[in-house]
Design a protein around this ligand. Structure first.
Ligand code: FES
Length: 317
């Protein structure tokens, strides 16, 4: 088993909404899971050989269970399809993580949360924490229909008018006006969004004028292609090796060809598993994790998808 993976058993599957289930995992050795913060996700290494990342519904110190929400994606390449059709309670699998690329700012006096569909899972986790802290929050939650809305009753019971639901089918296909909502956010509020790509794009546009440290987005798919322009050399400072990356190849491909072992998970720049310290050189960042200021500082890079703008890139590997 690769480093960092833990043996788990699926101990419950609960219905959450139409074609959306909650999956509960416990450690096989009876121990407790590593602590997780709101917005964290885990890697599920499925018995069909696939690996998928899913956000945790609950955070906490040394939790007994990890729970993830999975919506069956009709275009699924096998992850959600397998989980809905074949994964059964009692099965064993490996879990990696947790990692958090979508952390909650717990000191913000106001948090404005946007969720689309199953993007509600990390947002629920944040709401749970914000409630514990007694912080002010508001949720805008968009789904196709009530039947497809996970946590509908819980949110209604708990939150009252702090949740604005938007059901596309009931609204003549009208989407939330993210621009208007962002423009009217209280001064200093932090804004979060997790949902389908069109919603994330609309959120990015709606918050473009806000300070970047107050805008938080969770991506689950890559928006940019991996860098394969090549034409540079990667120096691995610790292992004292040099590896040429030719056009048409990514850094990750060349490292693997050279027999260099690197930790990866999503391999498309959305999970953070391959984050590597940059000693010198100018990375060509293609990931969805680093903020604009982190990209500019270039202290680290995601080697699964990013390349180099300089002829030489020196990495702490
Ligand atoms: Fe997920 Fe690189 S392996 S970001």
């Amino acid at each position: 088993m690769p480093d960092g993976l833990m043996k788990a058993r699926l101990t419950a599957i609960r219905y959450a909404a139409h074609e959306t289930n909650l999956y509960e995992f416990r450690r096989l050795d009876g121990g407790r899971w590593p602590s997780a913060t709101p917005g964290a996700h885990i890697d599920l290494h499925l018995p069909n050989g696939m690996m998928r990342q899913y956000s945790l519904v609950h955070a906490g110190d040394a939790p007994e269970v990890y729970v993830v929400g999975v919506k069956r994606d009709r275009t699924s390449r096998g992850g959600s399809k397998f989980m809905h059709e074949q994964l059964r309670v009692g099965e064993e699998l490996d879990i990696g993580g947790p990692r958090n690329n979508f952390p909650l700012n717990e000191t913000a006096t106001n948090s404005i949360l946007f969720a689309g569909g199953i993007g509600i899972t990390p947002i629920m986790c944040m709401i749970e924490r914000l409630e514990t802290l007694g912080r002010s929050w508001k949720l805008y939650y968009s789904c196709r229909s009530r039947a497809e809305t996970a946590f509908l009753r819980e949110l209604r019971d708990m939150a009252g008018d702090r949740v604005v639901f938007n059901f596309d089918e009931e609204n003549g296909g009208k989407f939330l006006d993210l621009g208007a909502i962002a423009a009217s956010a209280p001064v200093g509020a932090h804004l979060y969004c997790c949902g389908p790509t069109p919603m994330l794009k609309a959120f990015e546009a709606a918050t473009a004028s806000l300070p970047r440290d107050r805008v938080h987005i969770e991506y689950f798919t890559a928006a940019e292609a991996a860098a394969t322009e090549g034409g540079f050399v990667v120096e691995l400072r610790r292992s004292k090796r040099e590896i040429a990356v030719p056009p048409g190849k990514s850094i990750l491909e060349m490292l693997r060809e050279a027999g260099v072992e690197v930790t990866t998970s999503c391999e498309e720049g959305v999970c953070g598993a391959c984050e590597t310290t940059v000693i010198s050189g100018t990375p060509d960042h293609r990931d969805m994790i680093l903020t604009a200021s982190e990209r500019a500082a270039s202290k680290t890079m995601m080697i699964c998808c990013s390349g180099s703008k300089s002829e030489r890139l020196v990495l702490d590997l």
